[in-house]
Design a binder for this molecule. Sequence first.
Ligand code: SF4
Ligand code: SF4
Ligand code: SF4
Length: 359
Amino acid sequence: MKELQYRTFSLKTHKKNWRIKKPNVCQFELTFKCGLHCRHCYSDCYNKQEYIKGELSTGQVKFLLDKIYNAGVIWLCWTGGDPLTRPDFLEFYSYAKDKGFIITIFTNGCSMTEEIAGYLKKQPPFVIEITLNAVTKETYEEISRVKGSFEKAMDGIKLITQNKLPLKIKTQVIKDNLEELPKIKEFVENLGLSFRPSAFLHARLNGDLRPCSLRISPEEILNLDGNKQPLDNDCQLSLNTEPQKPITENRTPNSRLFPCAIGGGDGIHIDPYGNVIPCNCIRGPKINLFEKSIEEAQKSILNWVRSRRFITDSKCKNCSIRDLCYNCPGKALLETGSLEEPVEWFCELAKKTVKLANC
Ligand code: SF4
Ligand code: SF4
Ligand code: SF4
């Protein structure tokens, strides 16, 4: 398929679904299970048997695939945890392929096997996105906290490249791998891929703040890869390159809480128990898809998101540089317990970004 044709199709479909408020993208968390326990991971607190045992069965995953297919979803992103740790992965992968979904798989690569890679070669996904946080055993396992995981990740990448599967690699930058970034970049570029660092960390889903202490400094972020351009955001938070005009008496402050695409209506997020939730950071309200239709679930979530306004005097509400800030209600909720609170580290980054833009 020519890229231009695909991009035109994708853009047209997204625009149409945005207009008619029907989902065409589904972020589906298949499991919290993962073979690694990364120091910065926001979901590792649920990577425990007590949480995994209640996750969806194969039949339930297929039931939900039918449901999202009938609702008009085209793009399916399987995430986790690590979806490849599910022993039934190939069963519902083949089910989803037969339905015609365009599938993205997020994984760390450690659970890639010859069997999975061989199958994917015959029925390729749209892309496999691997997170690779180091290219030396010492740093990799310092971050992953699992002995022997470096070799497994490298073997996984080898299987993907040998089978010529579509691959993207991203890197989560934390204090521990900052010095290793040039080596990771070289490794990734030698595979013919683009180096894609991301430096945004947030607290764990249970409010554990330890990942936040691994953040690099705002100055280090702005100099990442020698690139002083605005940064990519994992959540497609739309950011302007210019700060807003300062709030004045003549200007009505925007009290809308969500600055991101979450209320757009063309995407849904499903957790490992079959609930539709607002996004990966905001786990409630949750609407169970075994009790409600996609349309009902989507409507409830959208009503909740769109009706949110600042109800406190948070300084984010009237902040003149909010358009340049990567804080958001989801990250704020996990770190401060409130959707509205500023997060000092993001404040500092936003101020430094403005300063840089004005240099
Ligand atoms: S590989 Fe991803 S899901 Fe697994 S522990 Fe690391 S950050 Fe979490
Ligand atoms: S976190 Fe700070 S910079 Fe960001 S919107 Fe809130 S007050 Fe503004
Ligand atoms: S609230 Fe934050 S985490 Fe949730 S979708 Fe918006 S930008 Fe992403």
